[in-house]
Design a protein around this ligand. Structure first.
Ligand code: UDP
Length: 366
């Protein structure tokens, strides 16, 4: 056991896929663990299958969903699983991003004497309402190897005096689009055929600080209703639950200008993104994917901050908040603007996974 890879949610599986594939390409043995933070087929299993990833050696099914209990359960299960794969030489656990289960994995690795490698280190929104911000800060401070996607994220880490070694690698999300691009193109026609509109805004919305707040969710529904262009909206399970709880689901279902879809597979989703006019989202990964040279879409970020300022600096994204008047005005403006977006992504050149695996192997002395 010298490399352990832990994934658990949709974006983690997508963003670790290039690293897993690179480990396989070089015949590096690794232990693959699925945390089960997302367990339903459409949020998790479908991605393991579509992206051609191996069957996890360990797959947990977390019973708890409250944050502290979930982390506790994850740590207990992971410690036990790792006990069964005992380390006899220096080992690295690779974790990605900023979820509760990733923090739990990082802390467990630290306590078991494993080194932690954090893929996508150094992102900061400086918004302390976000659980993701707590997690990414803490993970960065227990990591031996910090794989920062950009110079901006490296600077954030240096400012916080992290202890680990920093590598600027690019973001593996760009590698993933390159790696699976043929598959995206292959489903494109079918995906577009199911749409009711020729031109549309692609919307996703699921961050806790947005959908758990009934006022923000109601305002979001006003944005859907008032949009000057039809909307295609794959609904995250958390958002669906909240729309139902707050009695808004019926209203959204009756909107003629909105086509609701279930969570999409990765290829289908990127095909939707390639064909849309504008992306409106509170997702992190979408802000990055939209900058890929073969996607290149303007993004309105439905939040008050972003941990991906590179997309804003390069003109791809605008942070527009959640006030419906402002969001709709920004949407009008974006639809009218003929500004050409850059042909290069600020998030890397598609070789992040190669750099990450190079660094890990060199530090393990392999
Ligand atoms: N995605 C997907 N199907 C969908 C919506 C998103 O495959 O219906 C992909 C998307 O391409 C991106 C990732 O899921 O790679 C983003 O996940 P999410 O927005 O849940 O997480 P975040 O990036 O905000 O952490």
């Amino acid at each position: 056991m010298s490399v352990i890879v832990v994934v658990g949610t949709r974006p983690e599986i997508i963003k670790m896929a290039p690293v897993v594939r690179e480990l396989e390409r070089r015949n590096v043995g690794f232990v693959f663990i699925h945390s089960g933070q997302h367990f339903d087929y459409e949020m998790s299993q479908v991605f393991l299958e579509e992206l051609g990833l191996p069957r996890p050696h360990e797959s947990f099914r977390l019973k708890n969903s409250n944050p502290a209990s979930q982390m506790g359960e994850m740590m207990i299960k992971l410690e036990k699983a790792l006990g069964e794969h005992r380390a006899d030489k220096p080992s690295v656990m690779l974790i990605q991003g900023d979820t509760n289960t990733m923090l739990a994995a990082g802390l467990t690795a630290l306590k078991l004497g494993l080194r932690v490698g954090h893929v996508e280190a150094g992102l900061r929104s400086y918004d302390w309402r976000m659980p993701e911000e707590h997690n990414r800060r803490m993970i960065d401070h227990v990591s031996h190897y910090l794989f920062a996607p950009t110079e901006v994220s490296k600077r954030n880490l240096l400012e916080e005096h992290v202890w680990g070694e920093i590598f600027v690698t690019g973001n593996t999300v760009i590698d993933a689009v390159d790696m699976y691009f043929d598959r995206i193109e292959a489903v494109e026609e079918k995906v577009v055929q199911q749409l009711r509109f020729d031109e549309y805004v692609l919307v996703t919305f699921h961050r806790a600080e947005n959908v758990d707040d009934p006022k923000v969710l109601r305002d979001f529904v006003r944005v859907l209703r008032g949009s000057p262009m039809p909307i295609v909206f794959p609904v995250h399970p958390r958002t669906r639950r909240r729309l139902q709880e707050y009695g808004l689901m019926g209203e959204v279902e009756r909107l003629d200008n909105v086509q609701l879809l279930p969570p999409q597979g990765y290829f289908e989703f990127l095909a939707l993104m390639r064909n849309c006019r504008v992306v409106m989202t509170d997702s992190g990964g979408l802000q990055e994917e939209a900058t890929h040279p073969r996607i290149r879409k303007p993004v309105l970020v439905l939040r008050n901050s972003t941990e991906r300022p590179e997309a804003v600096m390069q003109g791809f994204a605008r942070v527009v908040g959640v006030n419906p008047v402002v969001v709709l005005a920004e949407l009008e403006k974006t639809l009218k603007s003929g500004v050409e977006l850059p042909g290069v992504s600020p998030f890397g050149d598609g070789r992040a996974a190669v750099r990450i695996v190079d660094s890990v192997l060199s530090r393990l002395g392999t």
